[in-house]
Design a binder for this molecule. Structure first.
Ligand code: NAD
Length: 319
């Protein structure tokens, strides 16, 4: 069996091994593939992996030998799954691999907003402490989390795990989810309406998927309902936030700080409004990327193909 990986670099920049896939066939791994080379590189391969490289209906028609598409990610919107189904191509994704990593990262963003560890360290190395007239100094108001309300929009796997860590800091959880599971409620963790969450949270963390119903869920109207000085975290998907509206709220001080790992268009565009906003931290979509979670992703990706070959495909998203 010929196996082609179209864009393997972000999953495995060199610190993992492709040997699991090599054991299943003749493997070609491309770091990246431009749109006009996709069909040519797939050629007559039976199994194809993509992370973010689109596989269109046209490509699927041009590559009749292709029988399996493995997504090296959870989201599979880059693939025309309906066209794949029509041609009998099985599409398998990785439903979960990075819950702990993303939850940990959301808290890293929050701690950075509270303490600005990186910036303070840079100041010390630049000599500011050496030449300071006092024995300590800080550049921003420092924030204690204990007793504050942590609002979670989308109380699924990552939202719940993030909430557990926030509770370890002494925070109280306000959860909003389209499908509440009352069994998850405790004294310090309860479901509320979206309006209650907006009005009562000191920190709001986004963990819902990107759907038409959640696109732009953080906008000027919802921000107006928030507490003055609220902090906002986004480790889910960029388009959940209307970035121009968040920028205005940051610059006016309504939102005292925001930290996002995802933006509306990735890589970030030069004219993204958040780049110029006050008290804004932006990282390049890395919450998923600790080696441990990429290894888990690799293991499941290999298992998906092995199960397909055995005639028992799993994690199929286009049945
Ligand atoms: P999940 O499916 O376990 O949880 C999502 C939750 O959102 C569910 O409980 C669902 O009921 C809820 N939800 C659905 N529609 C909603 C709505 N309209 N309003 C409120 N809640 C709604 O998913 P997960 O594993 O927790 O992942 C959450 C998101 O994290 C993913 O959708 C993905 O966008 C993002 N993610 C980001 C990274 C990263 O590297 N930054 C990595 C993995 C996942």
């Amino acid at each position: 069996m010929k196996i082609v990986v179209l864009d393997g670099y972000t999953e495995n920049p060199g610190d993992l091994s492709w040997e699991g896939l090599e054991a299943l066939g003749s493997l070609t791994v491309y770091d990246r593939t431009p749109a006009d080379k996709v069909a040519e590189r797939i050629g007559d391969a039976q199994a194809v992996y993509t992370n973010k490289t689109p596989i269109t209906a046209e490509t699927i028609r041009q590559c009749p030998g292709m029988k399996f598409i493995g997504v090296l990610a959870t989201g599979y919107n880059v693939i025309d799954t309906a066209a794949a189904k029509e041609q009998g191509v099985v599409v398998s994704n990785i439903p979960t691999y990075g819950t702990d990593a993303v939850a940990q990262y959301a808290m890293a963003l929050l701690l950075e907003l509270c303490h600005h560890v990186g910036e303070h360290s840079d100041c010390v190395k630049a000599g500011e402490w050496t030449h300071n007239q006092d024995w300590c100094f800080w550049k921003h108001p420092l924030v204690e989390l204990a007793g504050k309300n942590f609002g979670v929009i989308g109380f699924g796997r990552i939202g719940q795990r993030t909430a557990q860590i926030a509770q370890a800091f002494g925070m109280k959880i306000l959860a909003f989810d389209e499908y509440p599971n009352k069994a998850l409620e405790t004294e310090n963790c309860r479901y509320v309406s979206l309006d209650q969450l907006l009005a009562q949270s000191d920190v709001i963390s986004l963990h819902c998927p990107l759907f038409p119903s959640t696109q732009g869920i953080i906008n000027k109207d919802t921000i107006a309902k928030m507490k003055d000085g609220v902090k906002i975290l986004n480790t889910s998907r960029g388009p959940l936030i209307v970035e121009e509206d968040l920028k205005e709220a940051l610059n006016s001080g309504k939102v005292s700080g925001a930290a996002v790992d995802v933006v509306s268009s990735e890589p970030i565009r030069e004219d993204n409004p958040l780049l110029g906003a006050k008290n804004m931290i932006i990282t390049p979509h890395i919450a998923w990327a600790p080696r441990e979670s990429r290894q888990r992703l690799m293991d499941i990706a290999v298992d998906n193909l092995r199960r397909f070959v055995d005639g028992k495909p799993q994690n199929v998203v286009n049945r």
